[in-house]
Ligand binder design. Structure first.
Ligand SMILES: Cc1cc2nc3c(=O)[nH]c(=O)nc-3n(C[C@H](O)[C@H](O)[C@H](O)COP(=O)(O)OP(=O)(O)OC[C@H]3O[C@@H](n4cnc5c(N)ncnc54)[C@H](O)[C@@H]3O)c2cc1C
Length: 474
């Protein structure tokens, strides 16, 4: 083992890197340390598992430990890497059996992010959940399931701590839940809780849910949540969670609500503590600064995924938008680079989609005018609503599109979309245009597909570009 590639973190970025390196350079030793039991899991599917739409938690797993080992990767689960020594090119990992030291030729830190719960008081009470760990999702689904419907096969993943989860199966299911935070996790979880018929309160500090999706989408989500029976507390900060061992009340600026459980989704922070003092640099977000190949400021150390920043394709500046494709793609690129063929990790546009009950929402690029101005643009935007199919064809649904452009150059800076009929998929047209630095005039002339069951002659994206372009011309 002279020149091993060592990876810290056994999920999206880490295992993508390990797999790619082993495939490209089969003779190289590739060693992965994962601090928990779980590897190769889909965080993104957890709200749908909790809702019961995904039957088994095992369905959220991609690769088993055996499959990872079959790829020739030396996987060590339940090994937490505690220290990195860049001088000696070694890491120290701890497990139940003690501590091991491992040398590396290249090191990838792919430690992800963690859910924050501070500064809200009482988040350590029982029955307060976050949605950043599979065990937490398993507990919550068990808690929501009525005892007579309890089904062990929902937990057939093998890594679930059954004793811990079993205690929830035996309890009366909650009737009232509060969600603290109206970001995408909060909105997805509102759908999950309403799916179990819970009285659901959603608290959001600002005036609309999912702030990164902008005003038009925020308003559409607000209406959708209200129609679905979610009790929205907008412009309302939660002051404390209160109870005797178990959470029993939410204390907020607009009063106190009795609850049986709470889901806190107020944001995440990058897991970068491991690299403190190593010479690796961090951006304003606290995530690791990397170059276009995922290299940190320290020779031989790479970072990828939720713990790292990436260059935003519109501003050209580092940004932190922790999402799944970014992690998989950057990990894969690092794997290829350390195998000998440098591959850029790619730029990001902050492209994200979100399902709020039947409403599909999306955003890409820079949509906030202040942010656009800070980046040196003169933003101008238009919001339109158009049909998703020919008006006479069944299934036609109103689709709201916002496009933002730079007044001087006409360059498309970003956009958002909301609608119930394939709006999320339509967003990708905008994302591609943002990546290519397309002007709204060029976007207006895109040759998009048309047939009545799929689109009107003028797709909503084309309508939005046309209207904004007219505005720019004027
Ligand atoms: C509820 C939820 C829904 C989401 N939905 C979407 C979605 O719809 N679309 C989307 O694009 N993204 C979504 N995401 C985000 C997406 O899941 C993440 O961007 C992605 O998982 C990041 O991958 P990663 O490998 O960087 O980090 P992680 O998946 O967090 O993996 C990091 C791993 O490192 C391990 N680790 C940490 N520290 C150490 C250490 N010191 N030693 C050893 N191991 C360590 C951790 O245990 C963990 O397994 C969602 C996330 C959540 C929580």
């Amino acid at each position: 083992m002279s020149d091993p590639f060592v990876v810290v973190g056994g999920d999206a970025a880490g295992l993508s890197a390990a797999s790619k390196c082993k495939r490209e350079a089969p003779d190289r030793d590739v060693i992965v340390y994962e601090k928990g039991d779980w590897i190769s899991y889909a965080h993104c599917g957890m709200p749908y598992y909790v809702k019961g739409e995904v039957d088994s938690i095992g369905d959220l797993l991609s690769l088993s430990p055996a499959e990872v080992r079959e790829r020739g990767i030396d996987l060590h689960r339940n090994h937490e890497v505690l220290a990195v020594d860049p001088e000696r090119q070694r890491v120290r990992a701890a497990s139940e059996d003690g501590t091991v030291e491992q040398s590396y030729g290249d090191l990838l830190v792919a430690t992800g992010a963690r859910a924050v719960t501070s500064p809200i008081e009482g988040t350590d009470l029982d029955d307060v959940f976050t949605m950043h760990h599979m065990q937490s999702a398993a507990r919550l689904r068990a808690f929501l399931t009525p005892p007579e419907a309890a089904d062990d096969s929902a937990l057939d993943a093998g890594y679930v701590d059954l004793k811990d989860v079993g205690a929830y199966f035996d309890r009366e299911p909650p009737e009232t839940v509060a969600i603290v935070g109206g970001g995408y996790v909060g909105v997805e979880m509102a759908e999950a809780f309403r799916g179990w018929d819970l009285d659901t309160h959603l608290y959001q500090r600002s005036g609309r849910p999912a702030p990164p999706f902008g005003e038009a989408v925020g308003e559409a989500i607000t209406d959708t949540l209200a129609d679905a029976g979610v009790d929205l507390h907008l412009n309302t900060a939660v002051e404390a969670l209160d109870g005797d061992e178990r959470v029993q009340r939410v204390v907020a600026a607009d009063g106190t609500v009795d609850v049986d459980c709470v889901l806190v989704g107020i944001g995440i922070r990058p897991n970068t503590g491991l690299l403190a003092g190593t010479g690796v640099e961090f951006g304003e977000s606290g995530a690791v600064s990397i170059d276009e190949y995922g290299r940190t400021a320290v020779d031989g150390i790479y970072a990828a995924g939720d713990c790292a920043e990436n260059v935003h394709t519109v501003t050209g500046e580092p940004d932190w938008v922790p999402l799944g494709l970014t992690a998989n793609r950057a990990g894969r690129a690092v794997g290829q680079t350390v195998a000998g063929t440098p591959e850029p990790v790619g730029e990001i546009a902050g492209t994200a989609v979100l399902k709020a009950f039947e409403l599909e929402c999306g955003r890409t690029g820079i949509i906030d005018h202040e942010r656009a101005r800070e980046a040196g643009f003169d933003p101008v935007s238009e919001t339109i609503t158009a049909g998703s199919r020919s008006g006479y064809y069944p299934g036609n649904a109103e689709t709201t599109v916002t496009v933002v452009a730079d007044r001087a150059s006409g360059r498309l800076l970003g956009g958002t979309i909301a609608g119930e009929d394939r709006a999320a998929v339509r967003l990708d047209t905008l994302a591609a245009a943002v990546h290519e630095g397309t002007t709204v005039g060029e976007l207006e002339r895109f040759d998009l597909a048309y047939a009545p069951p799929f689109s009107p002659v003028w797709d909503p994206i084309l309508v939005a570009a046309k209207v904004l372009n007219g505005h720019l011309d004027g």
